[in-house]
Write a protein that binds this ligand. Structure first.
Ligand SMILES: Cc1ncc(COP(=O)(O)O)c(C=O)c1O
Length: 436
């Protein structure tokens, strides 16, 4: 895959802002959106009476109100307002296979035919564990959860128990779940929903910050995402990750790779790309084929803490941990949905799209740029109103990216869809330039 480079913002950030009234443009975009989405507006008013903020997954909200989806298939979302959208958001990486893939649907229907909510062990969970352990070189054993958040919580708990220490190293802008979220400034107050571990923040992709982190002699584990997804699709440099690996090994600190998003970048995940074996790995998102999913795994020694026969004293609870629907969907996804060549193709397509979008922004001399690796991309701007405008310009043209500028390509996206997105952005930048 292309360049795995430093995360510093490119010179694009220094380009001048267009000489236009951005607030007025945002208002015009919102007015147009409102007029085109009367049913979603009605649904939003209804939702707000019983769902605070009108939703139950905060990231899905955006101004003036989010569209509501009636159905989805392949690369398309169909809204209750009758719009067809090409989906570049890809359920924030969970939708790698595209919407409603047949192979998952069939597996789930088959599984339901033989009963669900068993409250007992079954064979699918073994098959799934075998598939994952053979996919990830550093994973000898694995256990399942219902989300990536839970997987990270379990991995941290395992690591702290194994080391008998209390410190959890994390990086600026890291997002490892709704209760494991860290801002750009380590001195700021922790996110109110965060769990009360003793987190020790360090600078992402900043090897010089590792001295202070490892100076803490009660550091038990470090949780890292090799390409920060929610943090803006920022890839770490190989040097940084190798240095982190070395220091963890030297100090017996458990290195946890959060591969909830990054596992899509190569069959063996980011660890394969960077040539690093983590001690523990967490997974989630697309492996469930769109069903609820999470997993944490690692070396036999660490995971052995869950094995009473080996003297392990940890237990893992969770009514739905081995739920038949997720297990069946994930087995089908791993067996049939992720051929290496398709994974390589979706990541190559993402690289190409990132390059093309950057060329459009450069040609328009606008302070916008796209970072990422493979099929994970994020559009950034010197002024967030530009991202807001790009988001609405794309929506008005029938293309859905995440409001924060995030794109996660699915396997249903073709070169033609990417060309459409690039053309949309090109038209929008030209219109902006013409006003300036
Ligand atoms: C890197 C990373 N880890 C963990 C999570 C949490 O996963 P979930 O939303 O399934 O709890 C996310 C979700 O976006 C993520 O991006």
């Amino acid at each position: 895959m292309g360049n795995v480079g430093p995360v510093t913002d490119p010179p694009a950030a220094d380009r001048p802002l267009p000489d236009v009234d951005l607030d007025a443009l945002v208002k015009t975009a919102h007015d147009g959106y409102r007029a085109a989405h009367p049913e979603s507006a009605r649904a939003d008013r209804r939702a707000r009476r019983v769902l605070p903020g009108g939703n139950t997954r905060s990231v899905l909200d955006f101004a003036p109100f989010p569209f509501r989806v009636r159905s989805a298939s392949g690369v398309e979302l169909h809204t209750i307002d009758g719009h067809r959208l090409i989906d570049f958001c890809g359920n924030y990486t969970a939708g790698l296979l595209g919407h409603s893939p047949d192979l998952v649907k069939r597996a789930v229907i088959d599984a339901l035919d033989s009963g669900w909510a068993l409250g007992a062990t079954h064979e699918r969970e073994i098959e799934l564990a075998e598939l994952l352990c053979s996919r990830f070189a550093s994973m000898d054993q694995v256990r399942f959860t219902n989300s990536g958040t839970e997987a990270n919580l379990m991995a941290i708990g395992t690591a702290l128990h194994a080391t008998g220490r209390s410190g959890v190293g994390v990086f600026d802008r890291a997002y490892h779940g709704g209760v494991l979220s860290f801002g750009p400034d380590p001195r700021e107050r922790p996110a109110p929903m965060n769990v009360p571990h003793r987190f020790i923040p360090a600078g992402f992709d900043d090897a010089s910050s590792l001295d202070a982190l490892f100076a803490d002699d009660d550091l038990g584990c470090v949780l890292v995402e090799a390409v920060q997804g929610s943090g803006g699709c920022r890839p770490a440099s190989p040097e940084f990750l190798h240095e982190l690996r070395r220091r963890c090994t030297d100090d017996d600190v458990v290195l946890i790779f959060d591969e909830v998003m990054t596992s899509r970048l190569a069959p063996g995940g980011a660890q394969q790309i960077f040539g690093i074996d983590a001690d523990m790995t967490t997974l989630g998102k697309y492996f469930g084929g769109g069903m609820t999913f999470g997993a944490f795994g690692g070396t036999a020694e660490l995971m052995g803490h869950f094995d009473a026969e080996q003297g392990g004293t940890l237990t893992q609870a969770g009514t739905f941990n081995n739920n038949v629907v997720s297990m069946a969907a994930a087995v089908a996804t791993l067996r049939h949905g992720l051929p290496d060549e398709k994974l390589a193709a979706v990541n190559a397509r993402g690289e190409k799209l990132r390059t093309e979008l950057n060329a459009v922004f450069a040609a328009a001399d606008l302070p916008l740029w796209t970072t990422g690796l493979g099929s994970m991309l994020n559009v950034h701007a010197a002024d967030d109103r530009l991202v807001e405008l790009a988001f609405h310009a794309a929506l008005a043209d029938g293309i859905y990216i995440a409001r924060r500028g995030f794109l996660a390509l699915s396997m249903a996206i073709t070169d033609a869809h990417c060309a459409d997105l690039t053309a949309t952005i090109e038209r929008w930048t030209a219109a902006l330039a013409a006003r300036g």
